[in-house]
Design a protein around this ligand. Sequence first.
Ligand code: TNX
Length: 557
Amino acid sequence: MKSGRNTKSAVAGIFLCLMAATLFAADTNGPAILPWPQQVTLRAGAFKLTPQTRIYVDPASRPTATFLTARLRQSTGYPLKTRTKFFSARAIEGGILLTTRAANTNLGPEGYELTVAPDSVVLRAPTQAGLFYGVQTLFQLLPPEIFSSNVVQAADWRMPCIQIEDWPRFRWRGFMLDVARHFYNRQQVERILDAMAFQKLNRFHWHLTDDQGWRIEIKKYPKLTQVGAWRAGVGFGLDPKSTTAYGPDGRYGGFYTQADIREVVKYAAARHITIVPEIEMPGHSTAALAAYPQFSCTGGPFSIPLKGGVFNGIYNPADEATFKFLDDVLTEVFQLFPGQYVHLGGDEVPQDTWKNNPACQALMKRDGLTNEDELQSWFMKRMEKFVGAHGRTMVGWSEILKGGLASNAVVMDWIGGATEAASSGHDVVMTPTQFCYFDYYQSTNRASEPLAIGGFLPLEKVYSLEPIPADLPEQYAPHILGAQGNLWTEYIPNLHYAEYMIFPRLTALAEVDWSPDSARNFDDFSRRLQVEFQRFAELGINYRPNLTNVPTATLTQ
Ligand code: TNX
């Protein structure tokens, strides 16, 4: 027979278990953290933010603390004081401590550890990136109104007591925006960078050139933007009123000055995002050739196409002047973008132009190239050498595998090639169309959706991506750097619509990239997403509210 005392301690034991529940998988009623962390232990009680809460920070971490206090101030109205003087790396009662000191280096270059107790919050990370991600998680422990841009009086600014150890599964957590088919100005790009940072994404792939537009000022070749950034209309059969990106003469387009680019690079860096610029070649280059037809095979003239599927613009590899031009362009690109990676495209090369060009055929003969795939490979290998000589790494789309891959190139897999590239020692970024193309429809009921390019990519499908190919021998798995969502914008002429296509599919991809695969659970993700939607609403981010293949009731365009 059990004594009353034993029963009591058994009850107490159960109670203790409830008080500290380790949440190994995201299948609980835990807080709406997105992406779900590596390790979470929920405890009883809460920390309450008050106007007296102090922020303690080591001097080097001050910018991260300022990022925290600026946001807290906007929505709580509390002018929280930050203390760096007499800084001690111990927890401070009643305060929030942010520091890289005494941090566990095993958390890696982007990891952090966050402990919320009733009387203190301690955030430690080995790096500023880690601290920054810890701050993002901290915001998500507070009510969604923390993202309001005005003071919210009625909110209860409490965080549940919790212990989190967290780090990303993948190093490359990316998003690509095509600003060539439709133009997004600097402020709009910065808005997207804000949203990326909040999802703990760290690579912004900026698709700056294509057939329909050249968007980056190059001082040595001013016509690239004077001519190449503007076309006769919005194109793609879209309503001219769907955008405001018109120049004074009524032409559609726009470009970034070098000063703009420097600002965006800085803005991204402050959010621990590296920009990967893309300058397309040898195909998808009509806009450049409209400005400088002398680098084409036919001499032009070229006009910038108003719709997709036209990528006749291809550089002439048989003229040395072409390479001088491309080297000059890239030299300016290297000066603007400090990141390791520069993307040179390489996709969908219209080889017929080379086939029908005597100079290209003569070049092939001279160098023993037996087909146009080999000429394409010859072109990309030559460019890869130039990129490498400047200490950078070239990235290219799947097609750079054709005819032989350049020695240090990174492959961005959209139509295959990951296994082949990774098992020959190349790094790979996964962007397979079936999982990562955010320009595809979100419902099979197309009539209920805004016009899109085609395809069908529901949220659940994005969430189901496993970036490591099943047929890749295990020892090569570290070559899979991560996954990236791509937004091609042929049919997406404005930011409001772009956000509708991006969110919440990018939120799903962020969890694929960050969380342990064992923690992935679509039902729990959907539950947390309901809170994320409230955050989006506070931030003024447009999103598709229906999680499944059902028509969207109202399209706020
Ligand atoms: C293919 S993905 C392209 C883009 C288009 C996209 C539309 C890739 C490397 N090339 O030029 O915009 O399909 O989905």
